[in-house]
Design a protein around this ligand. Structure first.
Ligand code: AMP
Ligand code: MN
Ligand code: MN
Ligand code: MN
Length: 275
């Protein structure tokens, strides 16, 4: 069995439709797939319908944009109830927050000499929920940068013009809400926040105290040392272990569906609690 518990479709910033995503996951041998689009549940029904055509279990999920001590943190909710009124209300707020943030990012980019970013990013987003990757595609289009990575380094990443996080809920609020709607709160990609281990532990103190249940021990491609660090954290904070590719696009072999190895036997997989 292969569990991939963190993936994106074109309802947020991925490239594949929910149906195409499920089909590719099936092709890659994934047996349990969580669709965890950023701040939206919009792809779940389509993914569920597609999963019914395969021997694949679809786990409804979401990746919530949050903030903690001035840092943009991602909390994945697994097994979310897509009919939860409270969760749907938060999603509505997040959608508005994304629109407001996009305007602010464009204003800040204009100050750096980048004109027309809002319209440009919106064109790339189409009917998807707008995010920084759509700004990145616009920056490449106008020749301001040559790659998405460079776009984040120069304009969109932490400390740069696109780093607007005041619009997001606090981590503890998001965790509490997920728990109330019977979902499993997971700290996504713990080693991608560019903070010291001390600070990460403080985040995990708050996450655990709020009722946070799991941490991604395996996320996309990571080094053996990063996996060791993540294992130390699940043990220290008595959390369950999750794993997910964080798949967005098909042409990135380091973030392929189901391709991140097996969870080490010493940790407790998050799905044990679901049986
Ligand atoms: P947003 O959800 O709009 O805040 O944008 C964050 C998303 O941008 C992440 O989920 C990734 O998909 C993408 N991203 C973040 N950092 C990078 C990076 N350095 N290079 C490429 N994509 C990135
Ligand atoms: Mn993304
Ligand atoms: Mn993320
Ligand atoms: Mn993600």
């Amino acid at each position: 069995m292969i569990y991939d518990l963190h993936t994106h479709s074109n309802v947020s910033d991925g490239i594949l439709s929910p149906t195409e995503l499920v089909s590719r996951a099936n092709l890659k041998g994934v047996t349990h797939l969580a669709l965890t689009d950023h701040d939206t549940l919009g792809g779940i029904s389509e993914a569920q319908a597609a999963a019914n055509d395969y021997d694949l279990q679809l786990i409804p999920g979401i990746e919530l944009s949050c903030q903690w001590q001035g840092i943009n943190i991602h909390i994945v909710g697994l097994n979310v109830n897509i009919d939860s009124a409270e969760l749907n209300k938060l999603v509505e707020t997040q959608v508005v927050a994304r629109a407001t943030r996009a305007e602010e990012i464009a204003r800040r980019l204009a100050k750096e000499g980048i004109q027309g970013a809002l319209e440009g990013a919106q064109k790339h987003a189409g009917s998807s929920l707008i995010g920084r990757p759509h700004f990145a595609r616009y920056l490449i289009e106008i020749g301001a940068v040559t790659s998405v990575n460079q776009a984040f380094k120069k304009f969109l990443g932490a400390g740069k013009a696109g780093d607007v996080k005041q619009v997001w809920p606090e981590v503890v609020e998001a965790v509490s809400l997920l728990l109330r709607s019977k979902a499993t709160p997971i700290l996504a990609h713990p080693l991608r926040y560019n903070v010291t281990l001390t600070k990460l532990r403080r985040l995990l103190d708050d996450f655990k105290q709020a009722g946070g249940m799991g941490l991604e021990v395996l996320s996309g491609k990571q080094s053996i040392n990063e996996t060791k660090t993540a294992l130390g954290l699940v043990s220290r904070f008595e959390l369950m272990a999750s794993c997910g590719s964080d798949f967005h696009v098909p042409d990135q072999p380091w973030q392929e569906l189901g391709c991140f190895g097996k969870l080490p036997p010493e940790c407790t997989p998050v799905w044990q609690a679901w049986r």
